[in-house]
Design a protein around this ligand. Structure first.
Ligand SMILES: Nc1ncnc2c1ncn2[C@@H]1O[C@H](COP(=O)(O)OP(=O)(O)OP(=O)(O)O)[C@@H](O)[C@H]1O
Ligand SMILES: [Mg+2]
Length: 247
């Protein structure tokens, strides 16, 4: 490997995020290399979504630094991080309800095209990829939860990110839609897309990710292969202690 290939795409260094007395993320450090799929795991309130907010720039950390593609982005605004190549999906989906599915995705393809027809064509391609072609011209408010998750994914993919953050893409989705979503993420992985996924579904984590970090109370508790993490005594204790967890 060359030196450049060794440089992590994302480098989170000792990041802490405190909301008053609540320390949502505590001295968290990790890196992600190009083409890797990292799973962030942990019980409710562990700090997973907050970590995404810090990477995407919705929150500025209380302390610590974040490097992306070799640049310090700790204080960079969210739109500049998006331009730099960081995209995310939201745990609670946030489409423009009064726009159609295609129009929602067009917003994301805008920077790449000078004409509306090009934008629309490109957007339709992403809508098709996520399996929403039949709903392409329906207003986003008419979508089911699973379809909204797919739209989120299409919007994030359409920005052609270097790093894609997926917050519980399978959460709240009906069981029969999960294999399709899994296949979609696998095809992204096969194209070399770098991903961080927040997931509670252990099967999804096992099938998709190269490495997993288990967070608890804002801090990294265990790191390893999905198999190692799932079998770690502390992880087993925590999930069993929660009544079986979410797997
Ligand atoms: N904006 C905020 N203001 C105050 N507290 C917050 C804020 N955002 C998150 N928190 C708190 O930080 C902690 C971590 O929350 P976070 O949403 O990151 O957890 P999570 O791991 O994503 O959990 P879940 O699995 O339920 O989605 C929680 O105690 C939460 O209440
Ligand atoms: Mg969350």
């Amino acid at each position: 490997m060359t030196q450049q290939e060794n440089t992590p795409l994302l480098d989170v260094r000792s990041v802490t995020m405190a909301f008053g007395g609540i320390v949502a993320v505590r001295d968290l450090s990790f890196t992600v290399t190009k083409g890797e799929i990292l799973a962030l795991m942990g019980p409710n309130g562990a700090g997973k979504t907050t970590t995404f907010n810090l990477i995407a720039g919705a929150l500025l950390p209380t302390s610590g630094q974040i490097f992306f593609d070799g640049r310090d982005i700790t204080q960079t605004k969210p739109d500049a991080r998006c331009k730099a190549g960081i995209a995310r999906t939201f745990q609670i989906t946030q489409p423009f309800d009064e726009l159609t599915v295609v129009e929602n995705v067009m917003v994301a393809t805008m920077p790449y095209h000078s004409s509306m027809s090009q934008m629309r064509k490109d957007a339709r391609r992403y809508v098709q990829m996520v399996g929403l072609a039949e709903r392409a011209d329906v207003m986003a408010k008419g979508l089911s939860t699973g379809q909204r998750k797919r739209l989120e994914l299409a919007r994030a993919m359409a920005t052609r990110p270097k790093l894609l953050l997926m917050d519980e893409v399978t959460g709240g989705v009906d069981q029969k839609s999960i294999p399709g979503l899994l296949d979609l993420v696998k095809s992204l992985r096969d194209e070399g897309q770098t991903l961080i996924i927040i997931e509670h579904n252990m099967r999804v984590i096992n099938e998709l990710s190269d490495r997993a970090i288990f967070m608890n109370r804002g801090a990294r508790m265990v790191e390893g292969t999905p198999h190692e993490v799932a079998g770690h005594p502390q992880v087993v204790d925590l999930y069993l202690g929660e009544g079986g967890g979410h797997a």
